[in-house]
Design a binder for this molecule. Structure first.
Ligand code: ATP
Ligand code: MG
Length: 557
């Protein structure tokens, strides 16, 4: 009983219901074994994360097993770089595949043997038609297809030709191996689908050992079967492939997992296909696969998203049977919720303007006490240096404020957070009329935590000028200007050219000089920020804005 309790606590999605039922009927001998089967032709994105959380979550909840398997059956698009990045990302998400990392390419010999078995059963044949000719004979949804003139070759001839295909006697496209199913099936995928094609191309793992490669449909069920997967979970577009998945395994009379489909994750203001993400990378529209604006796991990691937040997001989205578009603000909500609980607070001024406190002693530095994380008392407090000159955010001062502006104005008062109330006495401008400095007085009786009962409406953040450290801060916005760029052909026309803004001279509280790559902070009143792992050096700190404090996106702007 106990092993099922975590599964029972979860809101039951339909896949959990299927598994519960299977456990009741002992369909798989009590086993639950899932897998995540990426093709190593790109970096993983948040849609893949959804699939990982679902598959690994199931294995964990039912005390089952979870495999990481590379579906590396296409040598022309796959690379070791992608394999490495995928392993790193799956581990980072915390999906523990233990020692079960598999490669479809390790099964090529076995798949070949299975194909020979199908030929011997009269269920597969070598076809000499070109792809174009095959397409012509395939028919349409309304019209049955026509049989290939090579369809009725003898078993012996097929065995001989298939072996010669393997031995490299033919050029790419000269021959294929096809399943002999039904050229008039209403399901077009069952009209004698291709099982093997000739591709004279080196594979990143098997080198030049093979020049015939299995198609997805032929390979995938075999991979699941060989690994003893119980529930083969995939996205909805494979629903029409399921009869073929089942047909191959039935004909071979081998262990037969159950394919279950769920709706893929789509996010607003984002494209999510690896092909499109690759296009962004290759055209240098972004700074690599791990650009913090990319919906990739590596991009999100660099941006400061956490595995915990991605898991929570995945739970919030749930598992559906119909495709939908998920609002990206749900993801941002999950990130904020996590960082609010866990991120250390700090003060940082992105667009500094200098305030000179005229009645404060010249060389004095005093320390004021600041809360590290109000959500986490055990995070304690820190001492922040305060002195005669401080930076404040330039938009925390206005000469001609609108009604309801509660920050600093000429002659007005504001509290410097954790420190004193100051009053603006004088505005200093350069020859062109730009404000370059504010002269203020402070009220020494108003130190935070002291006995003064004086109240002001506004509280602003600040950084002591002589103690401040410099940093570059990168502010990100959505990469696309329209809600569903994935749905239009000219999606590249909708890239948001203002999606990255670089601030060169931000001023930060001094303790941040020891911040490590990927460390996360809340800059008070500004948002959550993370030390960039790519551009930060010993001498230069670069921060990425992970997410704003509130959802401030205005699609009409
Ligand atoms: P893309 O369409 O983005 O190129 P893919 O489906 O070709 O992705 P695979 O490497 O074949 O990528 O996918 C590995 C697994 O991740 C598959 O089981 C697939 O169903 C799942 N997956 C891919 N994209 C999504 C998504 N957007 N939402 C949920 N699961 C996904
Ligand atoms: Mg795919």
């Amino acid at each position: 009983m106990s092993e099922n309790t975590s599964a029972q606590k979860k809101s039951k999605n339909f896949i959990y219901e299927i598994i519960d039922q299977d456990l009741l009927t002992n369909k798989w001998g009590g086993r639950v074994h899932t897998r995540f089967p990426p093709e190593p032709n790109g970096y993983l994105h948040i849609g893949h994360a959804k699939s990982i959380c679902l598959n690994y979550g199931i294995a964990k909840d039912y005390n089952g097993k979870f495999n990481l398997r590379f579906d590396d059956t296409n040598p022309t698009k796959e690379e070791q770089e992608y394999v490495d990045s995928i392993i790193e990302d799956v581990k980072w998400l915390g999906a523990d595949f233990e020692d079960r990392i598999f490669y479809a390419s390790d099964y090529f010999e076995q798949m070949y043997d299975y194909a020979v078995q199908l030929i011997k059963k009269g269920k597969a044949y070598v076809d000499d038609l070109s792809l174009e000719e095959m397409r012509e004979l395939r028919g349409t949804i309304n019209e049955p297809g026509k049989e290939s003139p090579y369809r009725n070759r003898s078993v012996e001839e097929n065995l001989n030709l298939f072996e010669r295909m393997r031995n490299g006697e033919y050029k790419d496209g000269e021959k294929v191996l096809r399943a002999k199913i039904d050229m008039s099936s209403p399901n077009m995928l069952l009209r004698d689908p291709v099982m093997y094609r000739i591709i004279h191309s080196s594979h990143h793992r098997t080198g030049d050992k093979w020049c015939i490669y299995p198609t997805y449909d032929w390979a995938h069920g075999l991979e699941d079967s060989i690994e003893g997967i119980t529930h083969s979970i995939c996205t909805l577009e494979f629903e029409v492939h399921r009869p073929l998945y089942d047909w191959y395994l039935d004909q071979l009379e081998v262990y037969h997992p159950q394919q279950i489909e769920f709706a893929r994750l789509n996010l607003t203001y984002t494209v999510m296909s690896k092909r499109k993400l690759l296009e962004l990378v290759e055209n240098e529209l972004v700074d690599g696969w791990d650009d913090p604006r990319m919906p990739t796991i590596s991009g999100y990691r660099r941006r400061g998203y956490t595995p915990e937040a991605i898991w929570n997001f995945s739970e919030l989205v749930g598992v559906a049977k119909r495709d939908a578009l998920t609002d990206i603000s749900l993801l941002e909500f999950a990130i904020r919720e996590d960082l609010n609980k866990n991120a250390q607070r700090a003060m940082a001024v992105l667009n500094p303007i200098k305030v000179v406190i005229t009645n404060y002693p010249e060389d004095k530095t005093e320390f004021v006490e600041a809360v590290n994380n109000p959500e986490k008392p055990e995070a304690g407090k820190r001492q922040v240096p305060f002195s005669k000159e401080v930076y404040i955010e330039s938009d925390d001062f206005m000469e001609n404020p609108p009604k309801g502006y509660h920050r600093l104005v000429p002659g007005g008062e504001v509290r410097l957070k954790y420190a004193y109330i100051i009053k603006c006495e004088e505005v200093i401008k350069d020859d062109s009329g730009n404000i370059i400095e504010l002269r203020c007085s402070y009220d020494p009786e108003t130190k935070s935590g002291g006995s003064s009962t004086k109240k002001v409406k506004g509280t602003i953040h600040w950084v002591s000028v002589k103690d401040a450290i410099d940093a570059e801060v990168r502010l990100y916005d959505r990469l696309f200007k329209i809600e569903n760029p994935g749905a239009v052909d000219n999606w590249l026309d909708y890239i948001n050219n203002d999606s990255l803004k670089i601030i060169q001279n931000a001023k930060l509280e001094p303790f941040l000089k020891n911040a490590k790559p990927l460390e996360k902070f809340q800059f008070e009143r500004l948002g959550y920020f993370c030390v960039d792992s790519k551009y930060s050096t010993e001498n230069k700190l670069v921060f990425n804005r992970t997410v704003t404090l509130k959802d401030s996106w205005n699609p009409k702007k």
